[in-house]
Design a protein around this ligand. Structure first.
Ligand code: FAD
Length: 345
């Protein structure tokens, strides 16, 4: 009752009143959804259950109705579908107009997107236009007693975890990187309600034209974010050519080679192999860290791996605090011994 009398709290409640539902933006390219969208659907379901509201998918594109059914199989109760030719390829302006149109019309309390190139571009533009806040690259999402979204992410170079709230503005918007949230189990056959919405916009209204889509053949050669086994090397590898032994170990496991930022900065590995806060977040079955000290910025990118093995000659190295198995020793002895042992199996 005391809280009810607080004018600030009453004003806040009035500002947020009328906003209901958790939305997940389903990112698609050529009709194929980004994995992070389904990971967010799993988290969104949990948040929607805590709030007692619906989980809605937002599907945009050209001939993408099948993604609504896929969204239902990952737990969505409803899907807002904008299926029109102008939305075929991602472009900021038609997507920005489309999502703002939906937000104005249906007033969600939470909007989640993948922290991908597309999600980062769109989320910032939408938050600016609808005049709300946005927390990028969240690693944790939860609901507090006032129904606010608690958005947790590393701050100050990863030295602290900050929980950010958007107390007075709606929707509350957050982006999350791929592999940060676990992939939910798919339940084929689950159905929901499709709400078709069309945007009164034509190609002539849009200044950006897509002339041709050229796929980058190099990108995606090795996808560390999706790998089940990762052998990562750090400054302890000493030189670029020494990564060959990590590749050998990775080949034995059917995995890929990753790296710490120090190894990437030294030019020993390409940037797309970097694990950590400014690299990729990974969640493999096994992560083997070789000559990596375990700085917080590295740990935030790999600490949710199913099993972590650390090889380091310094027994005090912080990596051992997150490792399930720690080997204190010289990696140039340990890694060849592991390769030999795997070959004997
Ligand atoms: P070091 O810390 O130098 O550790 C090398 C380790 O190798 C030591 O523990 C040493 O004992 C061991 N070693 C040496 N020789 C051997 C041997 N022969 N056998 C066994 N062990 C050996 N870092 C990331 O990794 N990813 C990020 O995304 C990232 N983002 C960052 C963002 C910001 C804003 C900042 C400020 C920093 C970021 N960093 C990131 C950098 C991070 O703080 C660390 O500097 C970096 O992770 C250290 O890399 P390392 O463990 O390879 O090197």
């Amino acid at each position: 009752a005391e809280e009810d009398a607080d004018p600030e709290e009453l004003a806040r409640r009035e500002l947020v009143a009328g906003y209901r539902g958790v939305w997940v933006f389903v990112e698609q390219t050529e009709g194929e959804a980004a994995r992070v969208s389904w990971e967010l659907m799993g988290k969104g379901k949990e948040l929607a259950a805590k709030l007692g509201v619906e989980l809605c998918a937002v599907v945009m594109g050209d001939q993408v109705g099948h993604l609504c059914r896929e969204a239902f199989s990952y737990g969505a109760d409803k899907a807002y579908l904008m299926d029109q030719l102008v939305l075929k390829h991602y472009r900021t302006y038609p997507y920005l107009d489309a999502l703002c149109h939906l937000i104005d019309k249906f007033k969600p309390e939470i909007v989640l997107m993948g922290a991908t190139g597309m999600g980062r571009d769109l989320a910032g533009a939408v938050a600016t236009r609808v005049k709300t806040g946005l927390t990028a690259d969240c690693t944790g999402l939860d609901i507090d007693a006032k129904r606010n979204l608690m958005q947790t992410r590393p701050a100050f170079g990863g030295n602290i975890m900050a929980t950010i709230m958007c107390d007075r503005f709606r929707p509350q918007m957050a982006t999350v990187r791929s592999h940060v949230m676990p992939m939910p189990a798919q339940m084929p056959g689950c159905t929901g309600k499709i709400v078709p919405v069309s945007l009164p916009i034509s190609e002539a209204d849009i200044f950006t034209k897509v002339l041709q889509v050229i796929r980058d053949k190099k990108a995606g050669d090795v996808d560390i974010a999706g790998a089940e086994f990762i052998v990562s090397g750090g400054r302890g590898m000493m030189a670029k050519e020494n990564f060959a032994i990590l590749q050998e170990l990775a080949d034995e496991l059917g995995g890929v080679v990753g790296a710490s930022r120090s190894a990437v900065d030294a030019g020993w590995m390409p940037g797309d192999r970097q694990v950590g806060q400014t690299g990729k977040t990974v969640r493999p079955k096994i992560y083997i860290a070789c000559g990596i000290s375990g700085a917080i910025q590295h740990l935030v990118g790999m600490q949710d791996s199913d099993l972590i093995v650390a090889i380091n000659r310094d027994k005090e190295a912080p990596i051992f605090e997150v490792a399930n198995y720690g080997i204190v020793g010289d990696l140039f002895d340990v890694v060849p011994a592991l390769i030999a042992a795997l070959r004997e199996m």
